[in-house]
Design a protein around this ligand. Sequence first.
Ligand code: CP
Length: 320
Amino acid sequence: MKRNPQLNAHGELQHLITLEGLSREILSAILDTAEPFAEVAEREVKKVPLLRGKSVFNLFFENSTRTRTTFEIAAKRLSADVINLNINTSSAAKGESLLDTVDNLAAMQADMFVVRHASSGAPYLIAQHLAATGRSHIRVVNAGDGRHAHPTQGLLDMYTIRHYKKDFTRLTVAVVGDVLHSRVARSQIHALRTLGVPEIRVIAPRTLLPAGVADMGVRVFQDMKEGLKGVDVVMMLRLQNERMQGALLPSPQEYFKYYGLTPEKLRLAKPDAIVMHPGPMNRGIEIDSAVADGAHSVILPQVTFGIAVRMAVMSMLAGS
Ligand code: CP
């Protein structure tokens, strides 16, 4: 059997590149590890010494508000030293290659790279390069690569679902919107399947569905009203305008009419359904403000849980 390149010979997580292929035991261990870290936030001194003396480098080659900031908070709560490379003012802007940048930061005794990049595979390339050059003790965490994966977003979404719904094995979950361009959707679907969610629905117009999406073990709906009937969890996706080529949608107004989550459409879900969104939201296009700010929304708790989940991932990778 082919070994998962994120795991060491003992089956322990060495890097976090994707949720695809990770076992239920590993996903559950990360969620369980995050629980006590959520309590650290309630303390007067919000710090534990697990990463004391370690240097975490945030390398964000694409914009971010939530992921970059919560990784920084998480690393600081673990007592790590955090270095945020400003890509726009770094030598990457002068044409330095990704691996040259990595080599130079590794020469500054980096212990962990948290990487966001527009190219799918960039974090994996870095992990491979570190291994090939005898520096596999430096950990790599994927903070979102192209359309490929956003594993810590997928994990914080699972933490949120477990927090509100307890048992994955009784749920119907809908993932709604721009699945074609979404690294978040891919990570969510892998995690939902691994954790035993019996019915995963994908709701999108045909132009925003990847080829072969049904092979991921999901039920596909193009009619949002049909797809939302009786669901426990609605996971909205952002329209990834920066990754769209050509005219995939008639207009934002038309998209909102058919695929925007409004109070009227939400009433088709279970009365206690929760509404999630990874952010940033396009209000009035993917989601009505009455829903985003309404009683079913757990969008801001997702952000808060993200800190604990990222603390769990970093501490496990560091072997703490
Ligand atoms: N969910 C998410 O990745 O948000 P940011 O782009 O703000 O990090």
